[in-house]
Design a protein around this ligand. Structure first.
Ligand code: 6R9
Length: 571
């Protein structure tokens, strides 16, 4: 569609005199007013005359379809909110969402926000240990889940005194409910029409998302309702969401892309969005785009690489002519993927860069802007982005130098702290800059070129996995004496988890044991954290002070120079 008019118009012009008040004005929000994301996503859209417009088209595993109008999602969030209030959930209580991509996940998110409580979405493939750590840290009061996931909660409930309610959204009455469990069905509840949204303010907490670091436990990134100001405008200008769009964000709301751009942004813009609760399959994905005439598509490099692998012939079987603008996030988008997409879809994927901590898109390729395949693009208007010297934290003046990606604090959706971990939060700021923990260079035209992370966190298929978390879990396996976890290159997922292991006396390396160890991690943590390879070793490289040197193993896996190993003990 060459005559398509993009929301952003000219990026260069938007940079001039940019002010977040553009977003505030469009949202009719004035500083000091109440601001509640869920109200903006439902009641306000209805008040604007779009009550009958489709908000959500949902497709399940077996092909069943459900549709919700903006009035439906308004009523559903009121109903869930009323139910939670009835359980004595108070403003700022943490309520965890632990579900597959079913409608209750999306509507429950809004219901939680409407009563001023804090939504804590967790990826439904998490095992009991991953769940426990995050519920404990947040002091979560209630968890909304499905029958199929409740056994994981039952396993850890004795260690979670603060968790008062386990809400099951698809209880069928077959087996008795256990301690603290309660059934809630959206379909059989009486819809609540009149509801007073809790008067949250700009700085009232909204969402906690857990993200993995190199050391220590996962960190709970705290966001506030004011984040809407960023999420709304970045979606409008970067994803180009417009009134007649059919939008598909492929991310799971267990991760930040799935909430910022899979719930908040599209609904605050009054757009129709589609959700498919089905695992990856190239055929299903193309079919979905064809069937719903998707126009705007936000996805991730691993998915794009998987589609590439499925081949060009497959693409030709479908009518994908509805597609207007394609965007990507989460991992480096290699230039091959951009060029491939241009060939088969007739349009490139536009890369975007941001983090759980930033809450919204920070660097991107904007519609209409020249795309340099392999580059992440330029800073969003109003965002001061640079790369700084890792020693002095001063921005580099010359283009082309590799440094740490840094942002000037103060954009609306910036995290407000790490939950119960102010110390780590403070450490993210140096010399007046927020440090993202990623490395990049900037070329002479201001384009960012991603180089890598500045820590040991593994980015597998766009999901961050902490080597520390996997190592800790491995130590609980009866055969494991010591372990070191690093990434290993992978054609599709970019990186996968690899574990080096020394065994306890009495255990012998075997393929069966390897499988057992893999499964142990899959169940305890998640399929993402599961090592795709286990290597038995007699000893692990350590510093003289006894610290395991992951970087030696990492360098070996990636065929890189090992660097300075003068502090190595057992070489
Ligand atoms: C939104 C999200 C953040 C980390 C980030 C970086 C990596 C994200 C990227 C990218 C290269 C891109 N990352 N976008 N790397 N190119 N376009 O993914 O949040 O889960 O917190 O991950 O992902 O390493 O620091 P989160």
């Amino acid at each position: 569609m060459s005559n398509h008019k993009y929301n952003i118009g000219s990026y260069e012009k938007r940079l001039q005199n940019f002010d977040w008040s553009i977003s505030k004005q469009e949202l009719s929000y004035k500083d000091g007013d109440n601001i509640n994301i869920a109200w903006y996503c439902t009641d306000r859209i209805c008040n604007m005359g779009k009550a009958k417009k489709t908000a959500l088209i949902w497709e399940g595993l077996t092909g069943e379809e459900k549709r919700y109008t903006y009035n439906d999602i308004r009523l559903a969030s009121n109903t869930i909110g009323t139910f939670l209030k009835g359980l004595n959930i108070k403003p700022e209580d943490r309520v965890c969402l632990f579900m597959d991509k079913i409608p209750e996940l999306y509507l429950g998110f809004l219901g939680i926000l409407k009563i001023g409580a804090i939504a804590q979405p967790l990826f439904s493939a998490f095992g009991d240990e991953s769940l426990l750590i995050r519920l404990e840290n947040a002091g979560t009061k209630a968890i909304i889940t499905q029958k199929k996931h409740v056994s994981k909660v039952r396993k850890i409930i004795d260690r979670l005194p603060a968790l008062k309610h386990i809400i099951i959204v698809d209880y069928d009455g077959k087996k008795p409910l256990q301690e603290r469990e309660v059934s809630f069905s959206l379909e059989t509840s009486t819809p609540v029409d009149k509801f007073d949204t809790y008067p949250t303010k700009a700085e009232s907490p909204s969402v906690i998302h857990y993200t993995s670091g190199t050391t220590g436990q996962p960190k709970g990134v705290k966001h506030v309702h004011y984040s809407l100001i960023s999420q709304y405008l970045t979606a409008k200008w970067t994803l180009d969401l417009q009134d007649d769009d059919i939008y598909w964000c492929t991310a799971d709301p267990g991760w930040v892309t799935g909430t910022s751009y899979g719930i908040i942004a599209p609904w605050s813009l009054g757009v129709t969005q589609c959700v498919m609760d089905v695992g990856f399959s190239a055929e299903k994905w193309y079919e979905f785009i064809q069937k719903h005439r998707i126009t705007k598509w936000y996805s991730a490099p691993t998915a794009i690489r998987s589609l590439m692998k499925a081949g060009d012939e497959l693409v030709k079987k479908y009518d994908l002519s509805s597609l207007v603008h394609l965007t990507s996030v989460g991992e480096p988008l290699n230039s091959e993927a951009v060029i491939w997409s241009e060939r088969v879809f007739g349009k490139p994927f536009y890369d975007t860069f941001w983090q759980t901590e930033t809450g919204s898109i920070m660097i991107a390729n904007y519609p209409g802007m020249k795309v340099k395949p392999g580059s992440m693009g330029k800073a969003f208007p109003g965002i001061t982005a640079t790369v700084v010297d890792p020693e002095t934290f001063e921005p580099y003046k010359e283009p082309g130098k590799i440094g740490l990606i840094a942002f000037k604090p103060g954009w609306p959706s910036m995290m407000r702290t790490y939950w119960n971990n102010e110390e780590t939060y403070k450490n993210k700021f140096k010399n007046g800059w927020y440090l993202s923990g990623d490395r990049s260079s900037i070329d002479n035209e201001g384009y960012f070129w991603f180089v890598g992370r500045d820590d040991d966190v593994i980015n597998t298929a766009g999901h961050l996995v902490s080597p520390f978390e996997v190592e800790s879990a491995l130590l609980e396996h009866p055969a494991v004496a010591e372990s070191a976890v690093v990434s290993k290159p992978d054609e599709v997922n970019m990186e996968v988890v690899k574990a080096f292991i020394t065994l306890k006396p009495g255990y012998k390396p075997s393929a069966d044991l390897e499988l057992d160890i893999m499964n142990f991690i899959r169940k305890k943590l998640s399929p993402l954290a599961m090592p795709q390879a286990v290597e038995y070793v007699d000893s692990l490289p350590k510093t003289r002070s006894g610290k395991i040197m992951r970087r030696v193993l990492h360098a070996k896996e990636w065929g890189q120079d090992i660097g300075d190993i003068s502090t190595l003990e057992n070489d």
